[in-house]
Design a protein around this ligand. Structure first.
Ligand SMILES: Nc1ncnc2c1ncn2[C@@H]1O[C@H](COP(=O)(O)OP(=O)(O)OP(=O)(O)O)[C@@H](O)[C@H]1O
Length: 328
């Protein structure tokens, strides 16, 4: 047997972590806004930071963007220490930060606004014009490039803010409540852009106090409460660990017979008749293969099933079950 066979797999290399913080803390006078946070976000993730107002999300993001000095603790971006001084300007270039109250200059045109920021980032021609065209295309504002910002809708302004946040091609995006106040269509458009950026290889941290904004978008979520990071996990793990599967069944035959048959299966935890409908809902603790076996067994037992519908508890139910404050 080779030496080392029983060694546990090594922890992820710090370069594989887009963000890694150790004991990150921010105290304002006597109030601790961010309390001893060890956050790890793997490269390529869309990490949703969720928490009620005042939980500390903005303060945490501002520290990650080097806009706020931590009281104590350390921040590493792709393994490199982030400091607020001038010691590592290249590192800050890798970060794009969209604050929650980003002002747009209403009397500029869309093009001039982006051109202004691209010059601040010292993009030179011909890269500058090429990059402006790219980001306008990405945020679907090409047709608005000559319009005054004052004439844009709120959703368009928010997409423009995103465009200016990525103009210098950062690899880490920090977005503070980017979809608050947007209507459902504007939110959907924003989500589509985030997906495109993720596919292009960016790591994205995005905060919201509206859980449903992030559920469709994120690969991992962290929950903040009163300055603490009380949960941080890949979505798939949260679902696997905490979400129960429910199955809705209906039958042409007698529902008592169906209920009696279901009681024979140990993975069927709870059986509930849905009032007013010829349906039964069960809590099922098995995996998808085991639910397929249940379906086959019921059919073989002669139950004339007309419906067998598997659903999972959603993220909101999981969070409430975890005892967290309402975050949606
Ligand atoms: N500059 C500051 N000086 C004093 N206290 C501050 C400062 N910035 C934030 N705080 C306090 O720190 C706590 C966390 O605020 P923060 O804005 O980070 O929360 P949040 O989760 O982003 O909330 P929201 O969802 O409302 O944006 C709050 O109690 C806030 O009042």
């Amino acid at each position: 047997m080779e030496a080392g066979t029983f060694l546990p797999s090594p922890p992820p290399l710090s370069q594989d972590l887009a963000i890694s913080t150790h004991g990150l803390t921010k105290q304002f006078d006597r109030h601790i806004a961010v309390n001893d946070i060890d956050l790890q976000v793997a490269a390529g993730e869309v990490y949703g930071l969720i928490g009620p107002n005042g939980a500390g999300k903005t303060t945490l993001i501002r520290m990650l963007a080097a806009a706020e000095e931590p009281t104590t603790g350390e921040i590493y971006i792709n393994g490199d220490r982030l400091l607020r001084d001038q010691s590592n300007p290249k590192l800050k270039q890798r970060i794009g930060y969209l604050p929650d109250d980003f002002p747009v200059y209403e009397d500029l045109t869309v093009w001039d606004y982006l051109d202004y920021f691209s010059r601040l980032y010292r993009l030179r021609e011909p890269r500058r014009t090429r990059r402006l065209r790219e980001v306008l295309e990405l945020v679907q504002l090409t047709s608005k490039r000559k319009s005054l910002i004052a004439t844009l809708s709120r959703g368009m302004k928010q997409r423009l803010s995103l465009a200016r946040t990525i103009i210098h091609e950062p690899i880490l995006l920090l977005l503070d409540e980017p979809v608050s106040g947007l209507d459902p269509i504007a939110r959907m458009q924003f989500r589509e852009i985030i997906k495109t950026l993720q596919e292009a290889g960016m790591t994205i941290l995005i905060s919201s106090h509206v859980l449903s904004d992030l559920a469709e978008l994120c690969t991992s979520v962290g929950i903040m409460e009163l300055g603490y990071l009380v949960e941080s996990a890949p979505l798939a793990e949260l679902y696997r660990r905490l979400s129960r599967q429910k199955i809705i069944l209906s039958s042409l035959g007698d529902m008592d017979t169906l209920a009696a048959e279901l009681k024979n299966y140990p993975l069927v935890q709870e059986i509930e008749r849905i009032s007013g409908k010829n349906q039964i809902r069960v809590d099922f603790s098995g995996n998808p293969e085991e639910s397929a076996m249940l379906l086959r067994s019921l059919v073989e037992a002669g139950i004339p099933l007309t419906e067998f519908h598997c659903t999972q508890e959603d993220l909101e139910t999981i969070f409430l079950k975890l005892g967290h404050q309402q975050v949606s």
